[in-house]
Design a protein around this ligand. Structure first.
Ligand code: FES
Length: 67
């Protein structure tokens, strides 16, 4: 799924960036270009990055809360 349409940055790319040590939106922008166009993806990109850094436990917890 694309997170940043302006720069073609996918959710997978953000996960890979997190695995490579990216921790902030600024670092993500520098490494992938995410959020450097219109900026409308910034909030979602930050959330995806935060979840990627936190790891799978966050996803499980969200699913559990939503269910
Ligand atoms: S959608 Fe990411 S900068 Fe426009």
């Amino acid at each position: 799924m694309y997170v940043c349409l302006c720069n073609g940055v996918t959710e997978s790319a953000i996960h890979r960036a997190a695995q490579a040590g990216i921790r902030t939106l600024g670092e993500l922008a520098m490494s992938t270009g995410c959020s450097t166009g219109c900026g409308s993806c910034s909030e979602v990109a930050e959330e995806v990055l935060r979840d990627a850094v936190a790891g799978p436990a966050v996803h499980h917890r969200r699913e559990w809360v939503a269910a």
